[in-house]
Design a protein around this ligand. Sequence first.
Ligand code: PLP
Length: 386
Amino acid sequence: MKYNCTDCGEPLEVELISSGIIDADENSLRQSTFERYKSFFPYFKIDNSLTLGVGFTPLLKCKFDDIDIENIYVKNETSNPTWSFKDRGTALGIMHAKELGYKKIGTVSSGNMAVSVAAFGRNANLDTLILVNHELSEEKANPIRVYGARLINVEGDYSELYSESINISEKDNRYFINSDVPFRIEGYKTLAFEVYEQLNGIIPDYIAIPVSAGGHLRGIDKGFRELKASGIVDKVPKLIVCQPEGCHPIVKAFEDGNEKISKFNKTHTIAHATENAFPPSGNQVLRMIKENDGLAVRVTDEEILISQNKLAGKGIFVQPASAMPIAGIKKLLDAGKLKSSDTIVCVVTGSGLKYTKVFDLYNFKEEKCKLEELAKILINGEVLEW
Ligand SMILES: *Cc1c(COP(=O)(O)O)cnc(C)c1O
């Protein structure tokens, strides 16, 4: 199977669907997100047993004191089956693999995609292989093992591991559902359809997305373009690419006015989920934001932590990478690139529980007391000496 163009090496994409329909009368409590939007997935039959209830995530309106934008919506992807948006793409990738008769699947990832593929692979009864290129922390490795996938730590460069997995896939007869393969990207379209319905047919002015490999952004944009091509809406949201200061190859190319991205040297960021130094869909994302009149912004680790806290203030605990859209839109607003009247959807991509190392930065203090002291402390406001 081919994942990239054999001439130019750029990633392939499934043909644009222009005959999609959205039937708002159907009861979404009795459907999966793929069933609801099945006319946008005409190439094979949707198998609900493989979807694990992915998608249909909340869209929450949030007002932040120091961001003067009235209409900010947070699309909370942490409520997916394995706590990140990756599940949308994995679900469709698994369906495609099954459709083609594959018995073995795999992925190259050290983070959310690994655990997502492990979960969906197990549920689909497929031999599942996860390739990583460094020692994983227990909190990352063990969930993969709980789901029963084989985990191999391969010494070497991450982007080369990605191309090697594709070289091997043919001989090993294994479908690699990597970060930007065409049917993973197709799965990400569902977010666009959900946002369209949740906003009652209003298309936001912007959608801000944390970007690493670029697959997620491509899928979301394709979903909106298909709504337009199908005559359902007459515009698409402008894209905002958000990357961390310590790894921003796409933002850099955008700022420098380059046609192509270059590999980012010496990455270092707390936004680990977006630490791909040489994103496979980077050039494509660059072309898309230029065509779409989009924006690109880089944010510091400090701004990320502040935004993580702001989201916690709304009851949403995200991992550092997922806080970038909030930091990014504040920066763009302050720079005069966004207006207070803009309607903006911020996609928060994954759960805070997936990156507990961040707790070290918070300096939490533990309070302790004896049972008989509790009333005194709370009612008299007594300070504990311990
Ligand atoms: C994978 C991931 C991203 C980046 O998505 P790409 O498709 O690689 O651009 C962003 N945030 C989180 C939490 C992720 O797991």
